[in-house]
Ligand binder design. Structure first.
Ligand SMILES: [Zn+2]
Length: 131
């Protein structure tokens, strides 16, 4: 058994996939004037290498000791914000939220039947108001 097969492949926590793209993420600061678009932004420190799954989910980064506590907190905060944003905008989450806020097709059909029944009662009363 080779060394690679003995080591457990890291699965994505979202989809279980095991193929990732290494991406460099940087934090930018701005506030200076520049005539060129984006020229007022500059990198604030070295890039952080993060593995990103094919589905878009980042793997928890191994940033080593090169980050200060403040930088590490900032990176974790950005990852958490991105995580919560992705969860809120996933189709399943939106579908569940819509199910909670709107009646289902079955409920609408039942309501429609109730309105039809009520309309029939009202029409019969108009035809024979003495009933
Ligand atoms: Zn994934």
């Amino acid at each position: 058994m080779s060394e690679q097969t003995r080591q457990k492949r890291l699965p994505c926590r979202r989809c279980g996939g095991t193929h990732f793209q290494k991406a460099a993420f940087r934090q930018y600061v701005g506030g200076t004037y520049s005539a060129s678009p984006g020229g007022e932004l500059y990198e604030d420190g070295p890039p952080w290498q993060i593995l990103v799954c094919l589905c878009g989910e980042p793997l928890v980064p191994h940033v080593g000791r090169s980050l200060t506590l403040e930088q590490r907190k900032s990176l974790e905060e950005s990852l958490n914000k991105a995580f919560h944003f992705r969860r809120q905008t996933e189709l399943d989450t939106i579908r569940l939220r819509l199910l909670e806020e709107f009646p289902s097709r079955k409920e609408l059909e039942k309501l429609h039947e109730s309105v039809d029944t009520l309309m029939n009662v009202l029409q019969n009363l108009e035809k024979d108001p003495c009933k």
